[in-house]
Design a protein around this ligand. Structure first.
Ligand code: NAD
Ligand code: DAU
Length: 371
């Protein structure tokens, strides 16, 4: 790949994008990074505070569907790489309101592709450019317990509006490579967890609920399986793809850590009981946590009705990225959960701020009243 040192990173006020720009600006401090984010409910400027003083970092509030804005950013900042994290990302929201998923995930990706084609290919401003699409394993559909993990050759069989919108975007990215010669790559990743994750996803929600003594909702039987990856390892995987991956190629990224949802939540509950149980300071800060009252966090688990179209199992085969790019995840689940729990315990201002107001009303209507 040509040397690219100036990037447009979209959606980087969200969970993975913010971790990615922290990672990138630390590792490659001379690269220029322009973040474009619409600051939807899932976007948070506070997740980028530490980067505000970085001389090669800048933030632009705007929408990826605004093609004129994207073109101007590519020209004005002479950017020759795009990493597209911007998306509506929560499966449950795609069931209650799919429109935003079509707009951002499909139309938005298309507008980004068109802007890149116009500036980089038609105007010839960046011969060695790269458009990288951050995608998901959910495009492959659902596995049974005995099925082999998803490879990059697995057919696309998306089951939720979210997964279908991400699959559509992947197809558009591929088509722009094949038809217009745009230099692209795609990574399809499994479930991420770690700092700065909006507390609507299983691990972040479990932590933020248990410290407040609130119910821990488990959908259906709790036996659905996900493959968990600590977010830093996802960032490292994207780094490998951007630095050494072939253009026009797709790479799976995963943790190789399959867990049932109930097994994962129980493990997190035990960890929280231990960490909070050993700290008088945490017990004073979180008086409603069961561990502060001599009870177990697992007592908060409540089985609720299942998610419609709930995928049973995801598992990722990372042979390609391992063999071609030398990638392996570094953080095992125990260590990753400990890092994540500690981050949320020490950053309650961050998650308290995102959990009030309209978000809290939405989540209450979904879970407390049953579905
Ligand atoms: P997130 O919901 O935490 O963040 C999404 C970000 O995109 C937010 O900052 C939001 O403000 C921004 N955004 C939304 N619509 C926008 C628009 N129209 N224009 C500009 N910005 C917009 O998402 P995440 O969990 O960090 O996921 C990031 C990407 O990674 C997504 O593309 C998602 O599909 C993919 N992915 C996520 C996971 C996961 O486990 N979270 C796993 C695999 C792949
Ligand atoms: O696999 C990658 C995908 O992982 C990403 O593409 C998505 O953006 C991301 O949101 C995630 O999707 P999931 O639907 O797997 O993640 P979520 O955290 O919403 O749910 C994980 C599992 O836990 C799933 O089987 C549903 C279940 N669940 C979730 C919540 C929020 C519960 O049982 N209770 C809950 O409260």
């Amino acid at each position: 790949m040509a040397d690219i040192h100036s990037w447009l990173v979209t959606g980087a006020a969200g969970f993975i994008g913010s971790n990615f720009v922290h990672y990138w600006c630390t590792r490659y401090p001379d690269d220029r990074v322009v973040v474009l984010d619409a600051l939807t409910y899932a976007g948070n400027r506070n997740s980028l505070t530490a980067l505000e003083a970085h001389e090669n970092f800048s933030f632009v509030q705007g929408d990826i569907t605004d093609q004129a804005l994207v073109e101007a950013l590519l020209r004005d900042h002479q950017l020759d790489g795009i990493v597209n994290f911007a998306a509506e990302s929560h499966v449950d929201r795609s069931i209650t309101g799919p429109d935003a998923f079509i707009s951002t995930n499909i139309v938005g990706t298309h507008r980004l592709l068109e802007a890149a084609r116009k500036v980089w290919v038609t105007e010839g401003r960046a011969a060695g450019h790269r458009f990288h699409q951050v995608s998901t394993d959910e495009v492959y559909g659902s596995l049974g317990n005995d099925d082999p993990p998803f490879t990059e050759e697995h057919p696309y069989l998306p089951n939720s509006p979210y997964a279908a919108s991400k699959a559509s975007a992947d197809h558009l990215v591929r088509a722009y490579q094949e038809t217009f010669g745009l230099r692209t790559s795609i990574s399809n990743c499994s479930n991420n967890y770690g700092p700065y994750q909006f507390p609507e996803k299983l691990i972040a929600l479990t932590i933020c609920n248990l410290v407040r003594g609130k119910a821990l909702p488990i959908y259906g039987t709790g036996m659905n399986i996900r493959d968990w990856l600590f977010v830093d390892d996802h960032c490292r995987g994207i780094d490998r793809v951007l630095r050494a991956g072939k253009t026009g190629r797709t790479y799976n990224i995963g943790g190789g850590t399959e867990m049932t949802n109930i097994g994962l939540v129980q493990r997190l509950c035990e960890l929280a009981d231990q960490v909070i149980g050993e700290s008088a300071e945490l017990q004073a800060r979180y008086p409603d946590a069961p561990a502060s009252k001599g009870r177990t966090s697992a007592s908060l688990i409540e089985y609720v009705s299942d998610r419609p179209g709930h995928d049973w199992r995801y598992a990722i085969d990372i042979s390609r990225i391992d063999q071609e790019l030398g990638y392996q995840p570094l953080t095992d689940l125990d260590r990753g959960l400990e890092l994540t729990l500690n981050w949320y315990l020490n950053n309650d201002q961050w998650w308290q701020a995102v959990m009030d107001g309209s978000y809290q009303q939405w989540i209450d209507s979904q879970y407390t009243a049953g579905r």
